[in-house]
Design a binder for this molecule. Structure first.
Ligand code: GLP
Length: 265
């Protein structure tokens, strides 16, 4: 697991965007992106959108798969992840809407929708780079603590902590769904690269447990310790719970050019 500590959220967005661009250029026009919702990747999406608008990046043939979707919201709800992905990813990055997939949390048979999602990811050739945030309780996607490390796309009951964290997007806590349809930890592990972004002190505990704690279903993000190409990009505040930052910074300074992460260096 590679950990990149950046001075501030703007530098996090730049470094994470550089990693996405590197993979997109390596794979070619039909790159398959895994996209996350939440606040963490918004800066990254803005940097990518600026690159697209400036002609430095063309994602018009790219494909995207969202991590998760609420179950229980009416179709078209502004906070459904289908709508959030449309507003924050598909439109600004000029992706083709037909190639942007979100798990169908509105389906009558959500279990079947989960299986269909796995099939669709396979049919697209797998995800080249999966963008991730992390919940304050260590969840990734909507895989709550206790999720099987081998889990596939399926429904999950949200913890109260996650519902409270996400209540800021709704009029009240009661409106936050209790269930979601999410890529599993096994699904996320299958992505060829994993790129997790975290900013702010509120994420420090989860980041420390994910990076330096034991690999455990109790901290779903720690499954990335078992991923061969996982990059964690954090700002100083989100890194503040890490113990081995001296080594991380040393490794970052001594990174060979071919392994560079971040366009500011
Ligand atoms: C939600 C999403 C996750 C996201 C997490 C953190 O629960 N399902 O994919 O990573 O929240 O969100 P934020 O980036 O807003 O802190």
């Amino acid at each position: 697991m590679e950990v990149v500590i950046c001075p501030d959220p703007a530098a996090v967005a730049q470094a994470a965007a550089a990693e996405v661009v590197r993979v997109a250029r390596e794979v070619g026009p039909s790159v398959v992106l895994g996209v996350a919702t939440g606040s963490s990747p918004l800066g990254l999406y803005r940097v990518l959108a600026d690159l697209v608008d400036g002609g430095g990046l063309d994602l018009s043939d790219a494909c995207a798969f969202a991590l998760d979707e609420y179950v229980g919201l009416p179709q078209g709800h502004p906070e459904s992840y289908a709508e959030v992905v449309r507003r924050t990813v598909t439109e600004p990055l000029h992706l083709s809407p037909a190639r942007v997939h979100v798990p169908n949390g509105f389906a009558e048979d959500v279990a079947a929708a989960g299986e269909a999602y796995e099939t669709a990811i396979l049919a697209a050739g797998g995800i080249d780079i999966q963008i991730l945030g992390i919940g304050t309780n260590g969840h990734i996607g909507f895989n709550e603590p206790g999720s099987s490390l081998a889990s596939r796309t399926r429904t999950e009951t949200l913890t109260q902590r996650t519902r409270q964290d996400n209540a800021r997007f709704f009029a009240s806590l009661d409106e936050v769904p209790t269930r979601a349809l999410t890529q599993g930890l096994g699904t996320i592990l299958d992505a060829r690269h994993a790129l997790l972004i975290a900013q702010g002190e509120g994420k420090a505990e989860a980041v420390a447990a994910m990076v330096e704690g034991p690999l455990s279903a109790a901290v779903p993000g720690s499954v990335l310790q078992a991923h061969a190409h996982a990059t964690v990009v954090v700002d100083e505040a989100a890194a503040s719970g890490l113990r081995r930052t001296g080594y991380r910074r040393w490794a970052d300074l001594n990174r060979p050019d071919w392994q560079a992460v971040g366009i500011t260096r």
